[in-house]
Design a protein around this ligand. Structure first.
Ligand code: ARG
Length: 244
């Protein structure tokens, strides 16, 4: 009896181990269309599809976990998730805690204002004595740059980009600074908003992987480079961002 229990236990542990080994967990923050967002309860978008294509090439199942953007880097570093893919910008600060893959997309920080806003260029935000409140998603490059450039008093930090946009629509803040493609998606989804014709900064998106997990870094890089060369990444991006 005891022996059988032990065997059953050993077998189920083995099966569990196998199940885990076959799955890569991706952390993201799924309020960032067109890179990651919910459609009928499922996380879809450019990142979800590129990640699925990578996992397919490498023979893994993919599990996507939605979390606060600000927790992604530490979750990767501590091994809680295998990688983070979230329209995430490669920055020197983040590179102290994680490794980044090759770049798979470019983002440009953009300014969303209500139609008819007094803010017509980015320079207006630097104007002496202004009282403008800029909404950002906490922990993003938009947050970091705005806090540096305009100071804490001028920056309202929200848990998601969608929350920042909701505050703008409600008239609580004067503009939102966020990556250009999410900005376009939010402006399309909400009436009375527009994007200023000024680009705040250009950034490279990449996948974050734990510093000590160089095997995974190498295999994801190999798969991603193949997908880029095969035109698959371009196809996925074009599916979500039709060229005007
Ligand atoms: N590119 C910006 C950054 O890395 C914003 C990314 C936000 N992504 C998200 N899924 N909410 O900080």
């Amino acid at each position: 009896m005891k022996k059988i229990t032990a065997i059953v236990l050993a077998l189920s542990l083995l099966m569990m181990g196998a199940a885990f080994a076959d799955t890569l967990t991706m952390g993201t923050n799924a309020a960032f269309p067109p890179y990651e967002y919910y459609e009928e309860g499922v996380i879809v978008g450019i990142d979800a599809e590129i990640a699925a294509a990578i996992c397919e090439k490498l023979g893994y199942d993919l599990e996507i976990i939605d979390m606060d953007f600000g927790n992604l880097i530490s979750s990767v570093a501590s091994g809680k998730i295998d990688f983070a893919m979230a329209g995430m910008t490669k920055t020197p600060e983040r590179e102290e805690s994680v490794n980044f893959t090759v770049t798979y997309a470019i983002g440009v920080q953009s300014v969303i204002v209500p139609e008819g806003s007094a803010i017509t260029t980015i320079d207006d935000l630097y104007a002496e004595g202004n009282t403008y409140m800029i909404g950002v998603q906490q922990g993003t490059t938009g947050d970091i740059y705005c806090t540096d450039d305009f100071g804490d008093d001028h920056v309202a930090k929200y848990l998601t980009g969608a929350d920042a946009v909701a505050a703008l629509v409600a008239g609580k803040i004067d503009c939102v600074i966020i990556d250009n493609n999410p900005a376009k998606a939010f402006v399309e989804a909400n009436e009375g908003l527009t994007i200023l014709d000024t680009d705040y900064s250009e950034e490279e998106y990449a996948i974050a992987i734990a510093l000590d997990n160089t095997d995974l870094l190498n295999s994801i890089n190999a798969a991603l480079e193949e997908l880029i060369a095969e035109g698959v990444v371009d196809e996925i991006i074009a599916k979500y961002i039709p060229v005007e």
